[in-house]
Ligand binder design. Structure first.
Ligand SMILES: [Mn+2]
Length: 407
């Protein structure tokens, strides 16, 4: 593309540190801290470049891209062409693919990728680590390791060692419990989000031959959620804009003993959802002919209500809207990871076409949004002006010009 040509003319190589699509705290902090360490310049947020604002493929085609992956090591299929630009991987999940020998691999099953970044920085020249970066890494390791709790089974000795190391260099770091409590609260704080933002916050989709079904983790009580002003319009706009046939909102909340409560709501514009479960049974007695284009949301509700692997033990909750079915989920151990295969099977269409075991067994390449190809990042991305990106990159570079800069 033009940006590649312009980038090539400038001969300005761009080294990108990229976290995973889900962009959780670990992914964000690992990318920021490592990029900061590599750049040794401050990174004001005006200089942050987000994945959908930069034409990495264009830079790569111009031979100007080297890429470090943190907190993941499998690129989304849309970025597959970037694979041979990867020079460095820091990840804390089991290695699922091989990389060229020239690629530096730091793959260790620690609790947080931020631990691996801390270790990398600690091995570097002294004086690079500042208080802000240390606080980011420290908080992230505590969050990912569930406050270094042995019972949670996430923390490893290396996570604990990095926390100690950061504290020894920055003794003013706050106590573990207060950091962990504040981050945990922030993670579930959805105040100030619009309904659309809440739906996007923790979104995964499952696709059948003809339909895409969205699931959104909602961090508030489902009955409160269903009473949000303008909810139906927001649901309709959200589903229509993204081509979702139906949306399953799933909530989880924890009591003081960390025991979960789960609720579900199924929304679809399709008329059929307005039927009751007994109507669903009737509809099931007369299955639609093959090729029936519209997703029958009854299939979704039925699949959830009648699932056996595992049984969700759903109990209907009152819903203020005829096109939304709400449930309390008696089986509180069935997380979304367990519910997604049920939904996938429901989308699979006719009887006997439940999701095969191989599909369930295949682990997702990266957490969260990347469960499917149609990730939010791959959709509705506004066109990016390459000049704006290069201007931003050159602004950053201008603060520390390379010796042979010809700008
Ligand atoms: Mn992580």
């Amino acid at each position: 593309g033009e940006e590649g040509v312009q980038g090539a003319r400038r001969r300005q190589e761009v080294h990108v540190v990229m976290g995973n699509e889900a962009c959780d705290l670990d992914s964000t902090v690992s990318a920021l801290a490592l990029a900061y360490f590599l750049a040794k310049v401050s990174i004001p947020d005006s200089s942050l470049i987000f994945r959908d604002e930069i034409d990495l493929a264009g830079l790569h085609r111009a031979g100007l891209l080297s890429l470090t992956l943190v907190d993941h090591h499998i690129l989304p299929s849309a970025d597959a062409a970037l694979e041979d630009a990867v020079v460095d991987v820091l990840d804390h999940r089991p290695l699922e693919r091989e990389w060229a020998p020239s690629c530096q691999l730091t793959v260790e099953l620690v609790g947080s990728c931020a631990t691996l970044v801390t270790e990398r920085i600690a091995q570097g020249p002294p004086g690079v680590l500042d208080r802000t970066t240390a606080a980011l890494l420290h908080g992230t390791i505590l969050l990912d390791s569930v406050n270094l709790s042995p019972a949670a089974g996430k923390a490893t000795p290396r996570d604990a060692l990095c926390v100690s190391l950061l504290e020894s260099r920055f003794p003013e770091l706050p106590p573990h419990d207060s950091i962990y409590g504040a981050l945990q609260a922030a993670k579930f704080d959805v105040s100030g989000l619009t309904t659309e933002q809440m739906l996007r916050k923790d979104l995964k989709t499952v696709s059948g031959d003809e339909h895409v079904l969205a699931t959104s983790g909602i961090y508030m009580d489902i009955e409160l959620f269903l009473r949000r002003p303008g909810l139906l319009q927001d649901l309709e706009t959200f589903c229509r804009a993204r081509g979702y046939s139906a949306l399953v909102a799933m909530t989880v909340s924890f009591n003081e003993r960390y025991e979960p409560t789960r609720q579900l709501a199924v929304y679809s514009q399709h008329e059929a959802l307005r039927s009751t479960v007994s109507a669903a049974r009737t509809a099931h007695a007369h299955p639609p002919a093959r090729g029936y284009a519209a997703l029958c949301p009854l299939q979704v509700c039925r699949a959830l209500e009648e699932a056996t692997t595992p049984a969700l033990q759903l109990q209907a909750l009152p819903s203020p809207w005829p096109c939304v079915s709400a449930y309390a989920q008696g089986n509180t151990l069935a997380s979304r990871k367990k519910v997604l295969p049920i939904l996938r099977a429901a989308l699979g269409g006719g009887p006997g076409s439940a999701a095969g075991p191989e599909e369930e067994a295949a682990p997702p390449p990266t957490p969260m949004n990347s469960l499917v190809e149609e990730s939010p990042l791959a959709q509705a991305v506004p066109p990016v002006c390459p000049q704006a990106v290069l201007e931003r990159v050159s602004r950053m570079a201008a603060e520390q010009p390379p010796p042979d800069s010809d700008k």
